[in-house]
Write a protein that binds this ligand. Structure first.
Ligand code: 87F
Length: 498
């Protein structure tokens, strides 16, 4: 096929992205989520349609996470979308900073509601009055609930599909225990599940850590998170959070219980969530100039089978071989689909499924039919390999596992290359200018973090602490804080963030 013909195909189909990931990251991202058929833009700013291609990824993670929390004896429930203002504002400390983001319903039809009703931005205040009612004695504990739902936060800073949208999907877990020890243990158990979602499913390396006092959830005792990094923008992104709320909400909502000895006590609570933001991080990390790149573990279609007929050859034989290949893979539990449409050329189909990020393409042409083989083409690196149809399933599974692992390895290599250890303010500023994720010794003082924010203010946004990794590198005696010169207490990651 000559170059002229290729051009023609491109013109007639309009395939291919107009923006390059490295040159115009923001535009590339907006384009790839739409052209990859994950997102459709909506006529309300900050709201997006999740098409089956992204919803399928959400559901794969949901199946995993839901089964894991059920093993932990957490039960699913559903609380209402609406919150009365008196309940929402009961815990003033925590709601104060968030108030501007709360959306309210003020009318029904043409008449004003007597009392406006808020739409949940999170469900602490929705749920905890009922925790108070349901928990009487130690036998009612622990109480461990989760809900899969949508929430609304009326953000004003630049909306980005999946990453910052005004409505999003999440799970929110809310649990209550008799002792702090039990709560502490669960915080880390859930954090480990979040790590597994990112690393094992989305093939994205994350850092488990603790948030600073400034960055923690103000209503809680301490916040842990998994933090990912987007090398192209040099921004950290909070992947999911697992909070120990301590007894703050128990105090406000009077969630008390009587222990074995008849003594009164207050419960210890946790709350934790991951959201559809996970999908955005995946797109940003793995996507390339041809479109989405989906890790096999989450892809709704892991293998697409494309017939490559040739005029003189046995077209029906090729189509039958494609159908049989799909059937064999489906029976073996591989999510396979055949693209047997006769109104698109093989080349068009290749670009189409590359745009959608399908991990593996199988092509079957006359030669393959003759040799009882299929041609496999990897989406992640474009490499081609012919495999015999006799052990198709085994080899496809090996390929899919390799793709999953390669994606993680490549992402980790890039992330690690973006991490810069610094000791001084000058090194910090240089590293920030080079879009690094910075690991620095810190005195852990709130005033100093405020000062870092102040001193890095600019059009790119200020730097802040991302987390202090749970796994701390050694901190030699006498190490000083990069920002204040006071004695350092811990290693902390810093950077710009989403
Ligand atoms: C926006 C408006 C009102 C975040 C908000 O992280 C309230 C809030 O409380 C708010 N944005 N938050 C913090 C959410 C904390 C917590 N909730 C349960 C989680 C995990 C799941």
């Amino acid at each position: 096929m000559g170059g002229g013909k290729k051009k023609e195909v491109k013109k007639e189909t309009g395939l291919g992205l107009s923006f390059k990931k490295d040159a115009n990251f923001g535009e590339w991202y907006s384009e790839v989520v739409v052209r990859g058929e994950m997102i459709e833009y909506y006529d309300i700013s900050g709201c997006y349609i999740l098409r089956p291609w992204s919803m399928g990824i959400w559901e794969v993670m949901q199946v995993f996470f839901d089964a894991e929390i059920k093993k932990m004896k957490i039960k699913n429930c559903y609380f209402p979308l609406f919150v009365s203002s008196s309940v929402l504002e009961k815990e003033k400390d925590h709601i104060e900073g968030f108030a501007p983001e709360v959306a309210w319903v003020t009318k029904s039809g043409k008449s004003d509601l007597e009392i406006p009703i808020a739409i949940r931005p999170t469900s602490e205040t929705v749920m905890y009055p009922y925790f108070s009612k349901w928990i009487r004695g130690h036998r009612d504990l622990p109480l461990k609930l989760n809900q899969w739902c949508n929430v609304v936060r009326w953000e004003f800073s630049n909306p980005t599909p999946f990453i910052r949208s005004r409505e999003f999907l999440w799970q929110e877990g809310h649990t209550a225990f008799a002792t702090k020890e039990e709560a502490d243990e669960e915080v880390l158990q859930v954090l480990e599940l979040y790590r597994r979602i990112y690393e094992e499913f989305l093939a994205i390396p994350v850092i488990k850590g603790k948030k600073s006092e400034m960055e923690k959830f103000a209503g809680g005792l301490y916040t842990t998170s998994v933090e990912a990094f987007i090398p192209n923008t040099g921004r950290g992104v909070q992947g999911a959070t697992s909070h120990c709320l301590g007894q703050n909400f128990a105090k406000m909502f009077e969630i008390n219980f009587e222990n074995e000895k008849g003594e009164k006590g207050m419960v210890w609570q946790n709350s934790w969530a991951y959201s559809t933001r996970t999908i955005g991080v995946m797109v940003m990390v793995h996507g390339d100039d041809k479109g989405l790149v989906l890790p096999p573990k989450v892809a709704s279609v892991q293998v697409v089978v494309v017939p490559v007929p040739f005029k003189t050859a046995d077209t029906q034989g090729i189509l039958d071989a494609c159908a049989a290949t799909v059937e064999t893979l489906l029976e073996a539990g591989v999510r396979a689909e055949g693209d047997l449409r006769d109104n698109y050329s093989p080349g068009w189909k290749y670009s189409h499924w590359e745009m959608k990020g399908v991990p593996l393409r199988i092509e079957i042409g006359p030669k393959d039919l003759e040799k009882n083989q299929v041609r496999c083409v990897r989406r992640d690196n474009g490499s081609k390999q012919d495999i015999t149809r006799d052990n198709l399933v085994e080899q496809v599974n090996v390929l899919l596992d390799n793709i999953q692992q390669s994606l993680f390895d490549a992402a980790k290599e890039k992330r690690d290359a973006s991490v810069q250890v610094v000791k001084t303010w000058d090194e910090f500023k240089d590293a920030l200018a080079q879009k690094k994720m910075i690991l620095a010794p810190w005195c852990d003082e709130e005033e100093v973090e405020k000062d870092v924010k102040e001193r890095t203010r600019g059009e790119m946004g200020a730097a802040k602490s991302l987390c202090s990794p749970l796994e701390q590198p050694e901190l030699p005696e006498g190490t000083i804080c990069f920002a204040s010169g006071k004695p350092a207490k811990k290693w902390t990651y810093w950077g710009r963030s989403y």
